[in-house]
Design a binder for this molecule. Structure first.
Ligand code: HEM
Length: 165
């Protein structure tokens, strides 16, 4: 057991848990719980959470990717560019690499604008959602579910590589 490989994988998995776990916790615990509060309160909480999460995610995602690259190549079985395309492990690793970029950009350029539109959508005078807000909410939910699918693809790649695929 090489201690450097253990350390790289330890940090990679920990940071992966922070990012993936944050998205899962939002979907499973946070959004359903906060949805019961008034819309102005929801917006206040969502803004504070976004301000806290965004800069942290911007730092940890590149680190997860770099550690994943090192773990698969310098500390793993991928020894040449050809092996990325000609071995099952290489292809799975490449899928994970492409997907982490896609999921990150999706969060940044699709989910965040969808949430901004949701937060800017008008309310009725008694504070209930307008049809415009309902539409923005449906869209925000759809793009968030798609992000989770991307996470599950990456997660499945991790398990496959563990078994050499
Ligand atoms: C959300 C993003 C990610 C999460 C949550 C994550 C999580 C994990 C976990 C839990 C493992 C340990 C698997 C096991 O031993 O059973 C692992 C291993 C690994 N990850 Fe990731 N990972 C992520 C992204 C990536 C990316 C983008 C790459 C490629 C650049 C990558 C490359 C690897 C490699 C090569 C291993 C070692 C696999 C092996 O040979 O056993 N990971 N990752």
């Amino acid at each position: 057991m090489d201690p450097i490989t253990v350390a790289v994988q330890w940090l990679h998995v920990l940071l992966g848990i922070v990012w993936f776990g944050y998205s899962l916790a939002l979907a499973i615990f946070f959004i359903p719980a906060v949805s019961r509060l008034s819309i102005p309160t929801q917006r206040e909480i969502a803004a504070a959470l976004g301000d806290r999460a965004k800069p942290i995610i911007d730092v940890i995602v590149p680190i997860i990717a770099i550690l994943g690259i090192i773990r698969g190549t310098l500390l793993g079985p991928i020894d040449s560019v050809a092996e990325v395309f000609t071995t099952a492990y290489g292809v799975t690793w490449l899928v994970a690499l492409v997907m982490i970029v896609v999921v990150y950009l999706w969060g940044r350029f699709v989910i965040l604008p969808a949430v901004d539109r949701l937060n800017a959508a008008p309310l009725t005078l008694d504070g209930t959602p307008t049809p415009k807000m309902e539409t923005a909410l449906t869209r925000a939910k759809q793009v968030t579910v798609l992000e989770l699918l991307g996470f599950f693809v990456i997660f499945t790649c991790m398990i496959l590589m563990r078994f050499g695929l």
